[in-house]
Ligand binder design. Structure first.
Ligand SMILES: C[S@@+](CC[C@H](N)C(=O)[O-])C[C@H]1O[C@@H](n2cnc3c(N)ncnc32)[C@H](O)[C@@H]1O
Length: 284
């Protein structure tokens, strides 16, 4: 029996795969059956959870090892564990700001859809999905390993209303008007072409949909994770051909504000708190 997709009236409207979910990334294959508590599934989950006992360790031998990652690949892919460590333990947690921006004094409407672009290890997608079971959350990232980690961590924590997939935020594989909410955190620090990404954000949001963007303001602080990634890559002799810049891109106040005026939003609010710029936009 197929599970109906969460909160979707018809398969055409769904963005979840309908059968057992199959995510294939590199050599790794995760199977997940939503809402199915049979013993086999539980055993599968136990196995996946025991892998997660060492979530910050380098990928196990059955996954693509760093030596097999093609040259020219991403530091976020090769040294996923290092970025995951930074994201989970060091960076600012903006979950409360997101909640306050989207649902001040209320909760999300049932079955509303939220997408996180450049989700990395899925920290925000997982946290929001866990806090609000009424949301359907999709996290998209270019790095297979970040996506695998995000998926497995969500499974381990029993968070069933979020999914992760590999994808390009400059060409989101969803029809226009697919989501009610969109978040992106620290994405523009490493993304060439923020205007194009913003156009995609605008396109995939529904009319009345809102997006929340968080970006660091200071090059020095924003570049520390990149510096650490490059350092480990250089020390281990794997730095050749990685595509990330050595320093993060950060926007001046004016440039950050101008970026949002490249799309015809109904409203744009931009503000700063400490080391971060924030923007909350609503689509007409
Ligand atoms: C600095 S990390 C931010 C991750 C997460 N949002 C956070 O708050 O920590 C940037 C992420 O964007 C992803 N990324 C970069 N370019 C991308 C693209 N074109 N499409 C999808 N993801 C991309 C990287 O793989 C990385 O996981």
């Amino acid at each position: 029996m197929r599970d109906p997709p969460l909160g979707s009236a018809s398969p055409e409207q769904s963005y979840w795969p309908l059968d057992d979910e199959e995510i294939v990334c590199g050599n790794q294959k995760n199977l997940r059956k939503r809402g199915d508590n049979n013993a086999a599934t539980v055993r599968t989950r136990d196995r996946q959870m025991s892998q997660l006992a060492k979530p910050l360790a380098p990928a196990p031998a059955n996954l693509v090892g760093p030596a097999e990652v093609p040259k020219g690949d991403s530091l976020f892919e090769q040294f996923d564990w290092l970025y995951i460590l930074c994201r989970e333990k060091l960076f600012r947690n903006d979950t409360r700001r997101m909640v306050k921006a989207f649902w001040p004094n209320t909760r999300p409407p049932s079955n509303s859809r939220l997408v996180e672009l450049g989700c990395g290890p899925g920290f925000y997608s997982r946290t929001l999905a866990r806090s609000f079971p009424e949301l359907e959350v999709l996290g998209v990232d270019k790095s297979c390993r970040q996506v695998d980690y995000a998926e497995q961590k969500a499974i381990a924590l029993g968070v069933n209303n979020c999914r992760f997939e590999r994808g390009d935020v400059l060409d989101v594989t969803r029809p226009a008007q697919s989501f009610d909410y969109l978040i992106a955190s620290r994405l523009f620090t490493v993304l060439p072409g923020p205007e194009r990404a913003l156009a995609e954000m605008f396109r995939v949001l529904k009319s009345g949909g809102r997006c929340f963007i968080a970006e660091p303001r200071y090059k020095f602080w924003a570049s520390i994770p990149l510096f650490m990634l490059w350092l480990v890559a250089s020390v281990s002799g794997q730095a050749n051909g990685c595509r990330e810049p050595s320093k993060a891109t950060v926007f001046s106040r004016e440039r950050f504000e101008r970026l949002f005026h490249t799309q015809p939003w109904k409203s744009v609010r931009v503000w700063r708190e400490g080391r971060y710029h924030y923007a909350l936009c609503e689509k007409r």
